[in-house]
Ligand binder design. Structure first.
Ligand SMILES: [Zn+2]
Length: 185
């Protein structure tokens, strides 16, 4: 699993999320190990400082389990971080199911733009930014990536003014399609 030759990634740095805040932070994680599954809570920016090899080593002990990566607190992603992500995926070569859950808007945006990022994984749920056209508030909505999403119009009332808002689900619908077609193979 490598980043394909892609000029978007080779030239200009790709960035997702708000890079103006917390720039000195590093990615940290908590590993929660149960007999049936291992869940890793990742927190911090996905950038060149992501110590993927340390995480992979910690996870070697629990290879037989389902692995869930919770990505809600990965608020910023850049292209060098994506390279480290591919390194992690390659190092893990997880034999069982690898699930990505609760993906942050920044991680979701990266997933929808770089198809290879979700290869070998099952994307379970994503958080999308929703913008209210009436009061111009932005809020987040968590969406489960299940097949009914393909034929659905999603509407949610704004928490501030109750105006019905529609998140842009085009990118995650594409992921649902890809997952469904891989599942059929
Ligand atoms: Zn509103």
């Amino acid at each position: 699993m490598r980043i394909k030759e892609n000029h978007k990634l080779k030239g200009d740095m790709l960035e997702f999320g708000d890079w103006n805040n917390h720039q000195s932070e590093m990615m940290t994680w908590i590993v929660e190990s149960k007999p049936s599954e291992v869940r890793v809570w990742l927190k911090g920016p996905l950038n060149e400082d992501f110590a993927y090899a340390e995480l992979a080593e910690e996870l070697q002990k629990c290879r037989h389990c389902f692995l869930r990566l919770n990505l809600k607190q990965v608020l910023r992603v850049n292209s060098t971080g994506i390279r480290e992500w591919f390194n992690l995926m390659q190092t893990l070569s997880w034999p069982s199911l690898l699930i990505l859950e609760d993906c942050s808007p920044a991680f979701t945006q990266a997933l929808t733009q770089i198809e290879e990022m979700s290869l070998g994984c099952w994307v379970e749920s994503c958080n999308l930014p929703v913008w209210c056209p009436s009061c111009e508030q932005e809020f987040e909505l968590k969406i489960e990536l299940t097949t009914p999403l393909l034929n659905q119009t999603i509407q949610i009332p704004c928490p501030d003014c109750s105006q019905q808002c529609r998140p842009d689900i085009e990118g995650i619908v594409q992921i649902v399609r890809q997952q469904a077609s891989r599942h059929e193979d």
